[in-house]
Design a protein around this ligand. Sequence first.
Ligand SMILES: Cc1ncc(COP(=O)(O)O)c(C=O)c1O
Length: 508
Amino acid sequence: MSNAENRQDRLPYVDAVRRLAASKPLQAMVPGHGGDPDRGGRHLADIYGEAVVRMDAPLMLEGIDLGDDSPMVEALELAAEAWGARRAWWLTNGASQGNRTAAFAVRGLGERVLMQRSSHSSFSDGVLLAGLIPAFVSPNVDHVHGIAHGLTPQMLEDALRTEIEAGRAVQSIYVVSPSYFGSTADVAGLAAVAHAHDAALIVDNAWAAHYGFHPELPESPARLGADLVISSTHKLAGSLTQSAMLLLGDTEFAERLEPLVARAYTMTSSTSASSILMGSLDAARHALVHGTETIGASIRRAEEFRERLRADERFSVISDEFDEFPDIIATDPLHVPIDVSRLGQSGHWVRDRASAEHGVYFEMSTATSIVAILGALASPDLDRLMAVLTAVADEADELRAAGKASDQSGFPQLPDAGTLRMLPRSAFFAESVLVTAHQAIGQVSADTLAAYPPGIPNLVPGEEITEETVSFLQAVAASPTGYVRGAADPMVATFRVVRDPISAAQAG
Ligand SMILES: Cc1ncc(COP(=O)(O)O)c(C=O)c1O
């Protein structure tokens, strides 16, 4: 066994917290439950077990996280090594914190960012907070299912050239790979294009923290030339919900970015980050590094799941058609996107029936699809999954026989972005007013509005509100399980617009 493998056997942070817990300290400090299940933590221990109370340690403790050679520093180095990064930061407020931190950090390289339109709203929030000037590049879209994929290096090159020719060269670029549906872009190619234009590449890899941990999975983006990688470890890679990582690639930008990220991280992180969440990141790293067999078993299950779906003509596997999209160079086997449109009911209905009637929960749904996510270290009961999908499909058949099928093809396509008329930050802080949807058309949005699923911002502050965007958002809001984050009211009947965009832009 090599030294690197030996090192990866260690669980430095988890062990340090365990040692503290085992010493049964008297904690006259926060957290107020005292770390003692018998004196202050019983209400928690009864629910979550004694270990949670004992291991819920505060920050700044000798032997855990204080100093340059603390167990926490070692654990972070192991994480960086495992993902092929130069440095790793643990996040206790999700990949959302990673996106905001990345936006703050790249502002130090310059004020312009080119971002994939299907960004997560946490990145556009970061753009706003950092005062970045965004330009957008639209990803390929599957118009049948209304879902966004990614960018080819050529699409990025073309978008960069447009910005350069307009005298707006960008210093950073943000792309998402993989998508919710597992479609994976050519990160190495995108990094080469970005670097040829002297721009840093941020890859939002929230959906694939497990990449690079099995020969049948795509490589970790940090090993493919990405400068910053946002990794939602809790999503598929086995850490606890809300724990995530920000990784710095070992690239030509690393030296400039490292201090910028460190400062930005201080601005976005809690001064009481949870040792339970951070310990789960140490544990997930350890499990992934040693998990080739388990991850392989998850991949086999996902393949078997796909086979079983293909055998029922009422379903089809959306990723089987991914070859049509030039941006998709690989598919995450653990994202299983299922076309349910032949059932005559919406994906929302299918997802709802599966959870309400059978206790089986799918990650998301669209009008025509549902997406199943299998954890990299998990082994779901495929028989139960298939039995429930079959039962829901049978119920749909009965509805259709009774003439109660509904046509999902009228669902609107994702709207194009309106013109950016003001800086997002200026529009957000400008005096604003609520107007009806009809009156809002042609005015400047003061808010970020993102339709869920999948949470792509359809409007950012400073953008002109178009008729197309209004009808799209209202259609999503009216659908059974859709909702619009950031809307002034649930049905998106009103919009918050900038009262006087011309004077606000001058002031901003
Ligand atoms: C592409 C993308 N980035 C970032 C996030 C935010 O992740 P988290 O929920 O860990 O904050 C999400 C959440 O779904 C996402 O889809």
